[in-house]
Design a protein. Structure first.
Ligand SMILES: [Zn+2]
Length: 269
Protein backbone atom coordinates (compact mmCIF):
# COMPACT_ATOMS: atom_id res chain seq x y z
CA UNK A 1 0.00 0.00 0.00
CA UNK A 2 2.95 2.37 0.46
CA UNK A 3 3.38 2.41 -3.25
CA UNK A 4 1.10 4.53 -5.33
CA UNK A 5 -1.46 2.43 -7.10
CA UNK A 6 -2.86 3.96 -10.22
CA UNK A 7 -6.52 3.49 -10.87
CA UNK A 8 -6.53 1.86 -14.24
CA UNK A 9 -8.84 3.12 -16.90
CA UNK A 10 -9.87 -0.49 -17.40
CA UNK A 11 -11.84 -0.33 -14.18
CA UNK A 12 -14.17 2.20 -15.69
CA UNK A 13 -15.37 -0.31 -18.23
CA UNK A 14 -16.15 -3.08 -15.80
CA UNK A 15 -19.67 -3.64 -14.63
CA UNK A 16 -19.99 -3.14 -10.88
CA UNK A 17 -19.81 -6.44 -9.03
CA UNK A 18 -22.63 -7.28 -6.66
CA UNK A 19 -21.27 -6.40 -3.25
CA UNK A 20 -22.33 -5.91 0.33
CA UNK A 21 -25.36 -3.60 0.38
CA UNK A 22 -25.15 -2.69 -3.30
CA UNK A 23 -24.78 0.97 -4.19
CA UNK A 24 -27.88 2.20 -2.36
CA UNK A 25 -26.73 0.81 0.99
CA UNK A 26 -23.07 1.77 0.69
CA UNK A 27 -23.84 5.30 -0.50
CA UNK A 28 -26.41 5.80 2.26
CA UNK A 29 -23.91 4.72 4.92
CA UNK A 30 -21.27 7.07 3.51
CA UNK A 31 -23.73 9.97 3.24
CA UNK A 32 -24.82 9.66 6.87
CA UNK A 33 -21.22 9.28 8.00
CA UNK A 34 -20.21 12.41 6.11
CA UNK A 35 -22.93 14.38 7.93
CA UNK A 36 -21.36 13.34 11.25
CA UNK A 37 -17.74 14.26 10.58
CA UNK A 38 -16.04 16.75 12.85
CA UNK A 39 -15.12 20.02 11.10
CA UNK A 40 -11.44 19.11 11.37
CA UNK A 41 -11.89 15.60 10.00
CA UNK A 42 -14.02 16.95 7.15
CA UNK A 43 -11.39 19.54 6.24
CA UNK A 44 -8.58 16.97 6.38
CA UNK A 45 -10.51 14.44 4.28
CA UNK A 46 -11.44 17.06 1.69
CA UNK A 47 -7.74 17.67 1.05
CA UNK A 48 -7.75 14.22 -0.58
CA UNK A 49 -11.28 13.97 -1.96
CA UNK A 50 -11.38 17.58 -3.22
CA UNK A 51 -14.99 17.78 -2.15
CA UNK A 52 -16.26 14.66 -3.91
CA UNK A 53 -18.97 13.21 -1.62
CA UNK A 54 -17.87 10.07 0.21
CA UNK A 55 -20.98 8.37 -1.19
CA UNK A 56 -19.41 8.47 -4.63
CA UNK A 57 -16.47 6.39 -3.39
CA UNK A 58 -18.54 3.97 -1.35
CA UNK A 59 -18.77 1.17 -3.95
CA UNK A 60 -15.36 1.70 -5.55
CA UNK A 61 -13.96 -1.44 -3.97
CA UNK A 62 -16.73 -3.48 -5.62
CA UNK A 63 -16.24 -1.78 -8.98
CA UNK A 64 -12.52 -2.59 -9.18
CA UNK A 65 -12.74 -5.95 -7.45
CA UNK A 66 -11.61 -8.01 -10.45
CA UNK A 67 -9.00 -5.53 -11.67
CA UNK A 68 -5.32 -6.34 -11.07
CA UNK A 69 -3.60 -5.44 -8.76
CA UNK A 70 -6.74 -5.02 -6.64
CA UNK A 71 -7.79 -8.59 -7.20
CA UNK A 72 -4.98 -9.72 -4.91
CA UNK A 73 -4.69 -6.54 -2.91
CA UNK A 74 -8.25 -6.49 -1.62
CA UNK A 75 -8.97 -10.17 -1.64
CA UNK A 76 -10.92 -11.06 1.45
CA UNK A 77 -11.73 -7.54 2.60
CA UNK A 78 -15.37 -7.71 1.53
CA UNK A 79 -16.26 -10.25 4.20
CA UNK A 80 -15.24 -10.79 7.80
CA UNK A 81 -14.76 -13.96 9.78
CA UNK A 82 -16.09 -14.85 13.21
CA UNK A 83 -16.34 -17.90 15.42
CA UNK A 84 -19.73 -19.51 16.26
CA UNK A 85 -19.82 -17.48 19.49
CA UNK A 86 -19.43 -14.31 17.39
CA UNK A 87 -15.81 -13.49 18.20
CA UNK A 88 -13.47 -12.11 15.56
CA UNK A 89 -10.31 -14.20 15.29
CA UNK A 90 -8.56 -10.97 14.18
CA UNK A 91 -6.00 -12.09 11.71
CA UNK A 92 -3.83 -9.07 12.33
CA UNK A 93 -0.85 -8.76 10.02
CA UNK A 94 1.52 -5.90 9.42
CA UNK A 95 1.16 -6.39 5.65
CA UNK A 96 -2.23 -5.09 4.69
CA UNK A 97 -2.39 -7.09 1.49
CA UNK A 98 -2.25 -10.30 3.49
CA UNK A 99 -5.14 -9.37 5.74
CA UNK A 100 -7.73 -12.05 5.89
CA UNK A 101 -10.84 -9.98 6.30
CA UNK A 102 -12.37 -6.53 6.47
CA UNK A 103 -12.25 -6.19 10.24
CA UNK A 104 -8.56 -6.97 10.20
CA UNK A 105 -8.02 -4.38 7.49
CA UNK A 106 -9.80 -1.78 9.62
CA UNK A 107 -7.63 -2.60 12.60
CA UNK A 108 -4.64 -2.17 10.30
CA UNK A 109 -5.78 1.15 8.82
CA UNK A 110 -6.10 2.71 12.26
CA UNK A 111 -2.35 2.25 12.83
CA UNK A 112 -1.26 2.66 9.23
CA UNK A 113 -2.86 6.08 8.79
CA UNK A 114 -1.38 7.59 11.96
CA UNK A 115 1.24 9.24 9.77
CA UNK A 116 -1.12 9.88 6.83
CA UNK A 117 0.16 13.46 6.47
CA UNK A 118 3.52 12.04 5.40
CA UNK A 119 1.98 9.78 2.74
CA UNK A 120 1.35 10.46 -0.95
CA UNK A 121 -2.14 11.91 -1.49
CA UNK A 122 -3.18 9.06 -3.78
CA UNK A 123 -2.37 6.47 -1.10
CA UNK A 124 -4.45 8.30 1.52
CA UNK A 125 -7.36 8.74 -0.91
CA UNK A 126 -7.30 5.03 -1.69
CA UNK A 127 -7.33 4.21 2.02
CA UNK A 128 -10.34 6.52 2.52
CA UNK A 129 -12.21 4.73 -0.29
CA UNK A 130 -11.41 1.36 1.29
CA UNK A 131 -12.49 2.39 4.79
CA UNK A 132 -15.78 3.82 3.52
CA UNK A 133 -16.54 0.50 1.85
CA UNK A 134 -15.20 -1.99 4.37
CA UNK A 135 -17.18 -0.66 7.34
CA UNK A 136 -20.33 -1.04 5.24
CA UNK A 137 -19.45 -4.53 4.11
CA UNK A 138 -18.87 -6.02 7.53
CA UNK A 139 -22.34 -4.89 8.57
CA UNK A 140 -24.02 -6.73 5.71
CA UNK A 141 -25.47 -10.01 7.01
CA UNK A 142 -24.38 -12.01 3.93
CA UNK A 143 -20.79 -10.84 4.51
CA UNK A 144 -20.49 -12.28 8.00
CA UNK A 145 -18.59 -15.57 7.70
CA UNK A 146 -19.02 -17.84 10.69
CA UNK A 147 -16.30 -20.47 10.91
CA UNK A 148 -18.90 -23.22 11.36
CA UNK A 149 -21.24 -22.07 8.56
CA UNK A 150 -21.09 -20.92 5.00
CA UNK A 151 -23.12 -17.76 5.39
CA UNK A 152 -22.32 -16.54 1.90
CA UNK A 153 -25.95 -17.30 1.04
CA UNK A 154 -24.85 -18.01 -2.53
CA UNK A 155 -27.88 -20.08 -3.49
CA UNK A 156 -30.97 -19.18 -5.47
CA UNK A 157 -34.36 -18.21 -4.07
CA UNK A 158 -37.42 -16.67 -5.69
CA UNK A 159 -37.70 -13.01 -4.67
CA UNK A 160 -40.93 -11.37 -5.81
CA UNK A 161 -41.25 -14.03 -8.50
CA UNK A 162 -37.70 -13.72 -9.87
CA UNK A 163 -34.68 -15.89 -9.29
CA UNK A 164 -32.16 -14.14 -7.02
CA UNK A 165 -29.19 -15.27 -5.02
CA UNK A 166 -30.18 -14.98 -1.37
CA UNK A 167 -26.91 -13.08 -0.93
CA UNK A 168 -28.14 -10.40 -3.35
CA UNK A 169 -31.50 -10.24 -1.59
CA UNK A 170 -29.58 -9.16 1.52
CA UNK A 171 -27.15 -6.93 -0.38
CA UNK A 172 -29.79 -4.88 -2.10
CA UNK A 173 -33.20 -6.58 -2.53
CA UNK A 174 -34.60 -6.02 0.95
CA UNK A 175 -33.56 -2.38 1.32
CA UNK A 176 -34.59 -1.44 -2.22
CA UNK A 177 -38.02 -3.04 -1.87
CA UNK A 178 -38.65 -1.59 1.59
CA UNK A 179 -37.41 1.92 0.77
CA UNK A 180 -38.79 2.09 -2.77
CA UNK A 181 -35.47 3.68 -3.76
CA UNK A 182 -32.63 2.77 -6.09
CA UNK A 183 -29.03 3.92 -5.64
CA UNK A 184 -29.83 7.45 -6.82
CA UNK A 185 -32.06 7.86 -3.76
CA UNK A 186 -29.30 7.51 -1.20
CA UNK A 187 -29.65 11.07 0.14
CA UNK A 188 -33.35 10.54 0.78
CA UNK A 189 -32.63 7.20 2.46
CA UNK A 190 -29.96 8.90 4.58
CA UNK A 191 -32.55 11.51 5.67
CA UNK A 192 -34.87 8.72 6.77
CA UNK A 193 -32.24 6.70 8.63
CA UNK A 194 -30.17 9.44 10.23
CA UNK A 195 -32.48 9.81 13.21
CA UNK A 196 -30.53 8.49 16.17
CA UNK A 197 -29.79 10.82 19.07
CA UNK A 198 -26.36 11.41 20.58
CA UNK A 199 -26.85 8.84 23.30
CA UNK A 200 -27.79 6.11 20.81
CA UNK A 201 -24.85 7.01 18.59
CA UNK A 202 -22.40 7.07 21.49
CA UNK A 203 -23.59 3.63 22.58
CA UNK A 204 -22.89 1.94 19.21
CA UNK A 205 -19.64 3.74 18.45
CA UNK A 206 -17.67 2.63 21.50
CA UNK A 207 -14.57 0.66 20.59
CA UNK A 208 -13.34 -0.06 17.08
CA UNK A 209 -13.91 -2.48 14.23
CA UNK A 210 -13.44 -5.67 16.20
CA UNK A 211 -16.12 -4.79 18.78
CA UNK A 212 -18.43 -3.40 16.08
CA UNK A 213 -18.19 -6.52 13.96
CA UNK A 214 -18.73 -8.89 16.89
CA UNK A 215 -21.92 -6.96 17.64
CA UNK A 216 -23.03 -7.36 14.00
CA UNK A 217 -22.25 -11.08 14.12
CA UNK A 218 -24.50 -11.46 17.20
CA UNK A 219 -27.31 -9.55 15.47
CA UNK A 220 -27.05 -11.68 12.33
CA UNK A 221 -26.52 -15.14 13.82
CA UNK A 222 -30.25 -15.90 14.38
CA UNK A 223 -31.03 -15.25 10.70
CA UNK A 224 -28.74 -17.90 9.22
CA UNK A 225 -30.04 -21.27 8.00
CA UNK A 226 -33.61 -20.04 8.09
CA UNK A 227 -34.28 -19.97 4.34
CA UNK A 228 -34.07 -23.08 2.15
CA UNK A 229 -32.89 -23.00 -1.46
CA UNK A 230 -35.71 -22.17 -3.87
CA UNK A 231 -37.88 -20.55 -1.18
CA UNK A 232 -40.48 -18.02 -2.35
CA UNK A 233 -39.77 -14.69 -0.70
CA UNK A 234 -41.82 -11.52 -0.91
CA UNK A 235 -43.36 -8.79 1.23
CA UNK A 236 -43.41 -10.92 4.36
CA UNK A 237 -39.68 -11.62 4.14
CA UNK A 238 -38.89 -7.95 3.51
CA UNK A 239 -41.03 -6.84 6.43
CA UNK A 240 -39.47 -9.41 8.73
CA UNK A 241 -35.91 -8.40 7.87
CA UNK A 242 -35.86 -4.70 7.06
CA UNK A 243 -35.48 -3.92 10.76
CA UNK A 244 -32.20 -5.82 10.93
CA UNK A 245 -30.97 -4.43 7.61
CA UNK A 246 -31.64 -0.82 8.61
CA UNK A 247 -30.20 -1.36 12.09
CA UNK A 248 -26.92 -2.44 10.46
CA UNK A 249 -26.98 0.43 7.96
CA UNK A 250 -27.29 2.90 10.84
CA UNK A 251 -24.61 1.26 12.93
CA UNK A 252 -22.30 1.17 9.92
CA UNK A 253 -22.89 4.86 9.22
CA UNK A 254 -22.21 6.11 12.74
CA UNK A 255 -19.25 3.79 13.19
CA UNK A 256 -17.78 4.90 9.86
CA UNK A 257 -18.03 8.51 11.04
CA UNK A 258 -16.30 7.52 14.28
CA UNK A 259 -13.53 5.76 12.34
CA UNK A 260 -12.91 8.73 10.04
CA UNK A 261 -13.12 11.22 12.90
CA UNK A 262 -10.61 9.18 14.88
CA UNK A 263 -8.13 8.95 12.02
CA UNK A 264 -8.49 12.46 10.63
CA UNK A 265 -8.86 14.54 13.81
CA UNK A 266 -5.75 15.45 15.84
CA UNK A 267 -7.45 15.03 19.21
CA UNK A 268 -10.71 13.14 18.66
CA UNK A 269 -13.28 13.52 21.43
ZN1 LIG B 1 -17.69 -5.24 -1.05
Amino acid sequence: MKRIILITAVALFLAPAAGGWGRLGHSTIAEIAERHLTPEARANIEKYTHGTPLAEFASWMDEIVVTPPYLEEFKGWHASVCTPDCKSPLYVRKQVRNCRDGVTAMEFFREYLKDYKEMPDSVVLEAIKCIVHIVGDFHCPAHVRYTDENNGLGYQVMFFGKSWKLHSVWDSGIIQKASGLDYRGYREYADRLDTWNKRQIRKVTKGWAREWFEDVASDVRPTIRTIPEGAELGDEYVEANIGLAELELRKAAYQLAKALNTIFTSSPA
